[in-house]
Design a protein around this ligand. Structure first.
Ligand code: PDD
Length: 293
């Protein structure tokens, strides 16, 4: 049995799933998406992900394609049909995308078009704490995105180009840098540093970054354990001189960063706070990921 996708009301074999050529997602990137991790058949932080989907849809004036309850049902059905719903199933990720719909190509919103909902789910490699503890490198690049990265839009071309540059440089991620030399976030993750006196720093969730669900969970776990958090901007130079650095995201979990451009961070080894955060987050996911931020 192969993979199954949900496309606008139908469950179809993944290999032959398709959307209309005049879907506005295809022509204009006029749509939004979410990626939700699956562990032991459970959707990690499902409710905050659906809350954010609602905010993205509202920001672009796209209607919910169905009720939230129906969407939760379809999500479970996609997971089940892809054999990711049992306790003994391996980890995975669900992808859901909503576009404004299908209409003759015209920039202005169509007078009448129903939103198009697509969902897929796939297996992911299990979290490997030893590999995570080796740390990854990031490179810094100019943030060339539009001015609303807080909306989880499918318009990801600058993210794609920056990630490709990172991969070609042998790095895991690219940290994007605004015109003032301050780090915004990664191409698919949020950026964090730890100061010499043990404060966790990540950019405030203004319009310049995506307000990450993993970011919010890690922030809550850190506070519960008595760590100090500063939600503020930080420059590339401050990051390179930081005691520790890491990224957070649905597909990255907590990933320690040990090199920024050509500069080792924390002596090129993962630091104690990154190590603890990584363990706390892994524990949170393994116990169901239902902290409700
Ligand atoms: N990306 N910043 C950006 C630009 C992102 O695309 C993502 C997630 C994050 C982290 O957000 P969260 O913790 O809610 O996953 C930050 C997803 C995983 C993706 O595009 O595949």
């Amino acid at each position: 049995m192969g993979r199954v996708a949900y496309v606008n009301g139908r469950y179809v074999p993944h290999g032959s799933a398709s959307v209309h050529i005049e879907d506005r997602g295809y022509q204009f990137a006029d749509g939004v998406y979410e990626v939700i991790a699956i562990q032991d058949g459970r959707l990690i932080d499902e409710e905050p992900h659906l809350d954010r989907l609602g905010r993205s849809l509202d920001a672009l004036a796209i209607r919910w394609p169905m009720s939230r309850a129906a969407l939760r049902h379809v999500l479970r059905e996609v997971i089940r049909r892809n054999r990711l719903s049992g306790r003994r199933c391996g980890p995975g990720a669900a992808y859901l995308q909503v576009t404004r719909g299908i209409a003759a190509r015209n920039h202005a919103f169509p007078a009448s078009a129903d939103p198009v909902l697509v969902m897929t789910a796939r297996a992911m490699p299990p979290f490997d704490p030893e590999a995570a503890r080796r740390g990854v490198s990031v490179i810094t690049l100019p943030d060339e995105r539009w001015r609303r990265p807080d909306i989880k839009s499918i318009s990801l071309l600058p993210n794609v180009l920056a990630k490709q540059t990172a991969v070609e440089a042998g790095a895991y991620e690219a940290w994007l840098v605004d015109d003032a030399g301050q780090v915004t976030e990664g191409t698919a993750s949020n950026a964090w540093i730890v100061t010499a006196d043990g404060e966790l720093v990540t950019r405030e969730a203004d319009r310049s970054i995506l307000s990450g669900i993993t970011r919010a969970t890690v922030m809550r776990l850190a506070r519960e354990h008595g760590l100090r958090i500063g939600e503020r901007r930080f420059a590339v130079a401050e990051a390179k001189a930081a005691a520790e650095a890491f990224v957070t995201g649905t597909t990255s979990w907590v990933k320690p960063v040990v090199r920024i451009d050509d500069v080792p961070v924390g002596g090129g080894r993962i630091g104690p706070l990154s190590d603890r955060l990584l363990a706390w987050y892994a524990g949170y996911v393994e116990t169901g990921g239902r902290g409700a931020a």
